[in-house]
Design a protein around this ligand. Structure first.
Ligand code: KIV
Ligand code: ZN
Length: 398
């Protein structure tokens, strides 16, 4: 097993952000989101086809089912690095190594909490013992796999000097990626970016590893925080399709990828993701988890490229850049949708009629438009069939 992802991001390809998908690990930890082995395998193939760099396929010690899923994905997927999660315990790390063994490129992701509240109540360990555990766990993982990611769980509520010492210990023990999770979605973008700047500047050996952002969405800031991390020096973003994950979820992969692409003028970075497959992945994840995608969800929502108001529709008919900052086909969303409703204008109505095969004279058009507005005031959704019926009626009476 080699670590091509780390090599690619370090070896001169400075503009490239590594996309680490955790839909099948952190995403699956969302209550009710569990996926079968076949569903996970299919999703892994979609992620591989999309060009996702690292797929966190599960938590092998958690159950035999999770172990089997990670192993099957490791046997099948060849283009992405396959990663498994492990706590800082020998049993977890060895089970994880076993699950990813067949992978062409495999990664062990081991973590331990570093914040005072987690160390005191969850781990019931003193900071020095945690520090020793960092060294022991990363060393063991590194003996079993050349690509090791270490995470400081609850990093953003960790005392800074202790975080620096833990990161230094993980690097010395052989970690190749250092992940700084905002586990409880507590950070503001300016704070989160600053943590990366500080660690990269002040921890010995930091220039030899990749720093990674892992953000939860408890305050709705997961994507903003991930982008701030990149500005602070992170070169890997951990995210999930549709933003699923613990509680309010993780940073949404589709938003991260498109923010980096659309705003390449401001953030001079990009990913290797083929964004045209984003909607396919989103619909698949929604179907297998049963989690609906909200209509106004950025990038993949049903309304993300839909326009109902007359002013917007008129603008869109003149030039799509008036109200769209990316093209729907670039994210696999089909075409822009000019929805006919009570806010629609005459311009869009005439275009809709043209699309339905009607070229009306001015009087007939005016008459049909008045009737359309009356109908739209009464009916929430005006379908093509409704418009055909009212135009046919108007023509019959003319
Ligand atoms: O949110 C978190 O801290 C995690 C770690 C296990 C990386 O998911
Ligand atoms: Zn997480």
């Amino acid at each position: 097993m080699t670590s091509q992802v780390s090599d690619a991001a370090k070896a001169g390809d400075k503009q490239r952000i590594v996309i680490f998908d955790t839909t099948m690990r952190d995403g699956e930890q969302a209550p009710g989101a569990s996926m079968s082995l076949d569903e996970k395998l299919e999703l892994a193939k979609i992620l591989e086809e999309m060009g996702v760099d690292v797929i966190e396929a599960g938590f092998p010690i958690a159950s035999n089912g999770d172990f089997d899923a990670v192993r099957r994905i490791a046997e099948t997927v060849t283009e992405s690095t396959i990663c498994g999660l492990a706590r800082a315990a020998p049993g977890d790390i060895e089970r994880c190594a076993e699950a990813i063994r067949p992978a062409k490129r495999g990664r062990i992701h081991t973590f331990i909490s570093t914040s005072p509240v987690h160390m005191k109540y969850k781990l019931q360990m003193e900071p020095d013992a945690v520090l020793e555990q960092v060294t022991r766990s990363v060393s063991l993982a590194r003996n079993l796999c050349g690509d090791v990611e270490w995470s400081a769980e609850d990093a953003t509520r960790t005392e800074r000097d202790f975080l620096r010492r833990c990161v230094e210990a993980a690097i010395k023990a052989g970690a190749t990626t250092i992940n700084i999770p905002d586990t409880v979605g507590y950070s503001f973008p300016s704070e989160y970016g600053e943590v990366f700047r500080d660690l990269i500047e002040n921890v010995p050996g930091a220039d030899a590893v990749i720093f990674s952002a892992h953000c939860h969405n408890d305050l709705g800031l997961a994507v903003a925080n991930s982008l701030a991390a990149v500005q602070g020096g992170a070169r890997q973003i951990e995210c999930a399709i549709n933003g699923i994950g613990e509680r309010a979820g993780n940073a949404a992969l589709e938003e991260v990828v498109m923010a980096l692409r659309v705003r390449g003028d401001r953030l001079a970075y990009d990913t290797g993701v083929d964004s045209r497959l984003i909607t396919k992945a989103s619909r698949y994840v929604s179907a297998i988890t049963g989690f609906p995608v909200q209509f106004n969800k950025a990038i993949v929502g049903k309304n993300a490229f839909a326009h109902e108001s007359g002013i917007h529709q008129d603008g869109m008919l003149k030039n799509a850049e008036t109200y769209e900052i990316m093209r729907p086909e670039d994210v696999g969303q089909g075409a822009t949708n000019l929805v006919m409703g009570k806010h629609s204008g005459r311009h869009a109505f005439r275009e809709k009629l043209k699309g339905l095969g009607y070229e009306l004279g001015q009087n007939a058009l005016n008459d049909a438009f008045v009737r359309f507005k009356e109908l739209a005031d009464k009916k929430k959704d005006v379908y093509d069939d409704d418009i055909v019926a009212l135009v046919d009626d108007a023509l019959a009476r003319a």
